[in-house]
Design a binder for this molecule. Structure first.
Ligand code: AMP
Length: 215
C-alpha cells in the first residue's frame, strides 16, 4: 500500500508512520529524517538544507524531488511505502504522481492527521529525542524515567532546533500557506481520509487499520 501522511507540525504523523510501517511491513520514508541525517554528517545535501530547516522553511522542491526520486525507486519500496512529510507543496505532489505513474504505481490514500492547536504545541514543545538511538520522548505525555536520559539506550536526549518556540510558529505558517492546499489535491482525487490523531497513538493506529481494512 502506498500511503501519504499529511498533517500540521505536531499532529503525530511521524509517530504513526513508524507504527504503520512496522504493522504493514513497508518502509517509512521521511525527508525530514534524511535531511537531519545529512546535517548531522555535514554532507553536501545537509549543508544546503540546514539554513532552511533551522528557520522552519521548506527546502526547495528541486532538491527534495531529486532526493525522493532516488529513495522511492529502491527495491524495498516495491511493496509499498509510507511517506511522512512529503509531498509538502503542490509541485511535489504533481511530480510524485507523475513519477509513480511512470512506473505503473499510484498513491492509494492520503491520511490527514487532525489535532487541536493546543495538543500540537504540547507535542512539539515537549518532544525530546535520543541522540544515540533516535527514540522519541515527550516531557508531558511520555517522559523519560530519568531526566534527559533515554530509557532504551541511556543516550542523552535533545530538543530539535526547529522545535524551539520561535521556529514552531514559522513551521505552522509555512504549513498553512504551502502544505494545506495539498489536502484539496488528494480530496479531489478521492484519496483523502481524515483521522483524529488526538488520542493515544495505539488507539489512532487501530482506527487507521480499521479504515484501511487491514486490521
Ligand atoms: P519534518 O521532520 O518533516 O518536520 O521536517 C523538518 C524540516 O525538513 C522541514 O521544516 C523542512 O525544512 C525540511 N523538509 C522536510 N520535508 C520537506 C519537504 N517535503 N519539502 C521541503 N522541505 C522539507
Amino acid at each position: 500500500m502506498n500511503l501519504i501522511l499529511l498533517g500540521a507540525p505536531g499532529s503525530g504523523k511521524g509517530t504513526l508512520a513508524k507504527l504503520l510501517s512496522s504493522k504493514l511491513r513497508v518502509p517509512h520514508i521521511s525527508p525530514g529524517d534524511i535531511l537531519r541525517e545529512g546535517v548531522k554528517q555535514d554532507s553536501p545535501l545537509g549543508q544546503i538544507a540546514k539554513p532552511f530547516m533551522t528557520s522552519g522553511s521548506l527546502v526547495p522542491d528541486e532538491i527534495i524531488m531529486k532526493m525522493m526520486e532516488k529513495r522511492i525507486i529502491q527495491p524495498d519500496c516495491g511493496k509499498g511505502f509510507i511517506l511522512d512529510g512529503f509531498p509538502r507543496t503542490i509541485v511535489q505532489a504533481e511530480r510524485l504522481d507523475q513519477m509513480l505513474s511512470n512506473s505503473g504505481r499510484s498513491i492509494d490514500f492520503a491520511l490527514k492527521f487532525e489535532v487541536s492547536d493546543e495538543c500540537a504545541l504540547e507535542r512539539l514543545g515537549g518532544r525530546r529525542i535520543c541522540s544515540v538511538c533516535d527514540a522519541d520522548f515527550n516531557l508531558y505525555t511520555k517522559p523519560p524515567k530519568k531526566e534527559n536520559v533515554c530509557d532504551i539506550c541511556g543516550g542523552k536526549l535533545f530538543q530539535r532546533a526547529d522545535d524551539k518556540e520561535e521556529v514552531i510558529s514559522n513551521r505552522v505558517k509555512v504549513y498553512r500557506e504551502q502544505t494545506l492546499p495539498i489536502e484539496e489535491y488528494y480530496n479531489h482525487q478521492g484519496k483523502l481520509i481524515r483521522i483524529n490523531s488526538e488520542p493515544n497513538p495505539n488507539v489512532v493506529l487501530k482506527e487507521i487499520l480499521k479504515v484501511l481494512e487491514v486490521g
